[in-house]
Write a protein of this length. Structure first.
Length: 440
């Protein structure tokens, strides 16, 4: 199994140690960051996000604990090697851009290559091509002050990439930008992660950014108070059992703390329906699915919206695929309404009986949707497992594991692939049917 690229173990950082204004900015912080991950350090102002990032960057030695990057303790390296490391392994983007005012945009980007013995022509060619890539090539001969904030930040994104770093660090890179520029910068950073496959560590206190990350570390008063996996991104870090929370919807609720339950349902369903659409198509699809879930449009309108051209308000999904999506959504939502009905009146009625009946119905849904044929004993076990999962006695991982166990020990004795398929569908089903009341 791959080892993490960056390991922080029980880090402590104290500012002004021994003085009257001594302040503990990080206490016992542990994080594992894997190559290719997009990690967000999230938390209120003063929670220690920047402190952690600069410590990882090599300019703030921890007072206690271990920090390893690629297995190396960078603070134990001779200073020259540490500088090399900061220059070629890490790229960095600041909230305030930190461009040199007297140099042209092109020279700002080319500057970090001076130390790499590249000749002037090579430096300028590379700088220009990065500026082009990030949409600011046409201003390369201006000085930074002539540019808008959004343009300046895209210049610093280009600069951060000029020495081809493995890890890109960004400290609230959109903190000074308007919403349009924010979107552009976030898209570029996302591209560096998904296309260039660089590891990203971003500091943010904007909840709208959380969906970009594979995982989010929430900081509070110098502590990591929780780590949340983004269920909408395929994970790089191996996810441990027991880390999964009760339902996908609850996970989503933690990831999007400001979204309503209805919005989360939309995200869950859209995630189920799509794998390979563009961001714009997904946003459009979410809007349309939201109307569908709310019962505001019928199947015919849905089909038209899914298939028509993007310019005309559609999602541009091929007819055949759209028909498949509608069929799946319709079935999932109908089946999920069982879970909702059960949840709505389970306080008042004969709990056990209803629960069992619900589990049997869900079993029927599950089997019909997954074309699985079960023997009597398997079938009984499945109903039991479903009942346990619906009331939360078992979590998703346990449910999945039990499906693969032998029939005599309460399982179905099916293979991993079949179990994953069943689990995935079932989790979608209960996500549509279960309300979350998330409290931090
Ligand atoms: P964040 O990036 O989450 O806003 P920081 O990591 O910048 O938080 O700071 C965490 C805490 O440490 C804050 O209370 C801040 O005032 C304090 N702090 C940061 N830098 C210093 C410093 N150089 N000297 C003393 N205290 C500092
Ligand atoms: Mg900060």
């Amino acid at each position: 199994m791959a080892k993490p690229l960056i390991v922080c173990r029980n880090l402590d950082i104290i500012y002004n140690k021994g003085k009257s204004n001594e302040f503990r900015a990080l206490a016992n912080v542990s994080t594992d960051i894997y190559e290719g991950e997009y990690i967000i350090l999230f938390g209120a102002s003063g929670s220690g996000k920047s402190t952690l990032m600069y410590s990882i960057q090599g300019s703030l030695p921890p007072g206690g604990g271990t920090l390893l990057i690629g297995g190396e303790d960078i603070y134990a390296l001779p200073i020259i090697e540490r500088v090399y490391f900061q220059r070629y392994v890490m790229g960095i983007i600041f909230q305030q851009f930190n461009l040199i005012p007297s140099l042209s945009v092109l020279d700002n980007v080319a500057l970090p290559m001076i130390f790499a013995n590249a000749d002037k022509v090579t430096r300028e060619r590379r700088a220009q091509s990065l500026l082009d890539r990030f949409g600011v090539g046409f201003v390369s001969h201006k000085i930074p002050a002539m540019l808008s904030g959004g343009q300046q930040q895209r210049v610093s994104v280009a600069r951060s990439m000029v020495n081809d770093p493995k890890i890109l660090l960004a400290d609230e890179p959109t903190g000074n930008l308007d919403s349009v520029s924010t979107q552009q910068v976030m898209d570029k950073i996302d591209e560096i992660n998904t296309f260039d496959r660089r590891t990203i560590i971003m500091v943010s206190h904007n909840a709208a950014h959380l969906s970009y990350a594979h995982r989010v570390y929430y900081l509070k008063d110098g502590w990591v108070v929780r780590e949340v996996v983004n269920p909408q991104r395929k994970q790089i870090k191996p996810v441990k059992e027991g880390e999964t929370i009760v339902t996908e919807l609850e996970q989503l609720a933690r990831l999007y703390p400001y979204d309503s339950v209805d919005t989360l349902r939309v995200k869950s369903l859209v995630n189920y329906l799509t794998q390979d659409y563009t961001y714009n198509q997904l946003v459009r699809l979410e809007q349309i699915i939201a109307k569908y879930i709310a019962g505001k449009i019928d199947n015919k309108t849905l089909l038209r919206s899914l298939t028509s051209q993007y310019e005309k308000g559609g999602v541009e999904i091929p007819q055949k695929e759209a028909v498949r999506m509608i069929k799946l959504s319709k079935r999932l939502l109908e089946q999920a309404s069982d879970v909702r009905r059960f949840r709505a009146d389970n306080k008042t009625s004969k709990l056990f009986f209803d629960q069992h009946k619900l589990a049997e119905r869900l079993r029927d849904h599950l089997l019909s949707s997954n074309r699985l044929k079960l023997a009597k004993k398997q079938d009984n076990n499945l109903v039991e497992l479903i009942a346990d999962r619906v009331v939360g006695v078992k979590n998703e991982a346990e449910f999945n594991e039990m499906l693969q166990k032998s029939v005599s020990s309460g399982g179905l004795s099916i293979n991993e692939k079949e179990a994953d398929g069943l689990t995935r569908y079932f989790e979608k089903l209960i996500a549509q049917g279960v309300d979350v009341s998330y409290k931090s």
